[in-house]
Design a protein around this ligand. Structure first.
Ligand SMILES: Cc1cc2nc3c(=O)[nH]c(=O)nc-3n(C[C@H](O)[C@H](O)[C@H](O)COP(=O)(O)OP(=O)(O)OC[C@H]3O[C@@H](n4cnc5c(N)ncnc54)[C@H](O)[C@@H]3O)c2cc1C
Length: 303
């Protein structure tokens, strides 16, 4: 096959990391659904990422993927550049009163490093199945703590270079941060208190057991689908609207925790998103409350 026929010409700058045209994304997501990336880029390091952000065509959309544990990628896939941070962004450094982690490090890995060093305060991260970049972007939280409570700073890659933002500059609110448009979190520092390693490990084991008992943690899911409205629990509103176990195509509202949607095996992204919309309609009808999506939905509907 001639070179001209083998692949579309890349509009992207020369990079040291891997660039793939038309890369399948579904296998990289917790839901296992969604179409391909027009361009999937795994930058080698922060400099490589800054080069990409600075030199990629200005009109090209940019999407960042973490562990894709809070994401529905639509069936038509993602136009433009999809950045997936990998090895060059996964270093973890333990300090006397905190931990610095690369954005690709998993939340659970950070929690385990902290526990091994006898640092407490980061146990809540052990049950959140995302990566650090996604945890910062989403202000992830569980069991009474969230990223906002423990983050000192985050470094972000921008077209102008790497910048460090303080906790206040990230403008955290419930499951939300105000990260500047077109930027990528590459590293963050989390505060922790010197404590007793075995007590920290025991707390993490409690959290893991509580999750196993109450959430479908081994299913194809995206975690909590909707934000809790002020003073309410989304799962209770969904249950009261009669949606527990509701199915649409290959998607189902979890019987175990009804703020979780499941891919039973054959779901498309459209099945999952339409089921979520049906739940919102029914909850609104029964309670007058319109639930707000926590799961991020990105990409194109299938043509
Ligand atoms: C079984 C299960 C249980 C869960 N339990 C919880 C829970 O208790 N608490 C909770 O808060 N969440 C929970 N979640 C949801 C999810 O794990 C968190 O929101 C997590 O922080 C998302 O991280 P991620 O790396 O998977 O991000 P992704 O899902 O990949 O992305 C989420 C958003 O963050 C953006 N993003 C990701 N990385 C970066 C980056 N480096 N720079 C800029 N933007 C970025 C993406 O573009 C997207 O908009 C759960 C999910 C599952 C599947």
């Amino acid at each position: 096959m001639s070179a001209a026929m083998s692949a579309p010409a890349s509009p992207l700058p020369a990079l040291r990391g891997r660039v793939q045209a038309g890369a399948p994304l579904a296998p990289q997501t917790w839901f296992r659904v969604g179409g391909p990336a027009e361009w999937l880029v795994r930058p080698a390091d922060a400099d490589d990422l800054v080069t990409l952000l600075r030199e990629m065509p200005a009109e090209m959309p940019l999407t960042v993927l973490g562990a894709a544990s809070n994401l529905i990628i639509r069936d038509g896939g993602l136009k433009g550049v999809v950045v997936k941070l990998a090895r060059g962004f996964s270093e973890i450094v333990v300090e006397a009163d905190g931990v610095i982690a690369g954005a690709a490090a998993l939340d659970v890995t950070l929690a385990e490093y902290a526990a091994a060093a006898g640092l407490s305060g980061l146990e809540f991260l052990c049950g959140i199945p995302g990566a650090i970049g996604g945890a910062v972007f989403m202000n992830a939280g569980a069991y009474g703590a969230e990223v906002k409570d423990v983050l000192d700073w985050a470094e972000i890659a921008t077209p102008e270079g790497v910048k460090r933002l303080s906790n206040a500059e990230l403008g955290f609110t419930y499951r939300h941060s105000q990260l500047p448009e077109g930027c990528v979190v590459i590293k963050a520092r989390f505060r922790a208190q010197p404590g007793d390693s075995s007590a920290v490990t025991a707390r993490m084991n409690e959290i893991r057991a509580a999750r196993e008992a109450s959430q479908p943690v081994r299913a194809r899911t995206g975690g909590s689908t909707f934000k809790n409205p002020p003073g309410q629990k989304a799962w209770a509103l969904i249950d009261a609207a009669g949606c527990r176990g509701l199915t649409l195509g290959g998607a189902q509202v979890s019987e175990k925790h009804c703020n979780f949607l499941l891919n039973l095996g054959t779901a498309t992204a459209a099945d999952i998103e339409e089921l979520g919309e049906e739940v919102r309609r029914r909850v609104h009808e029964s309670s007058g409350i319109m639930l707000e999506w926590e799961i991020r939905r990105v990409g194109e509907l299938r043509a």
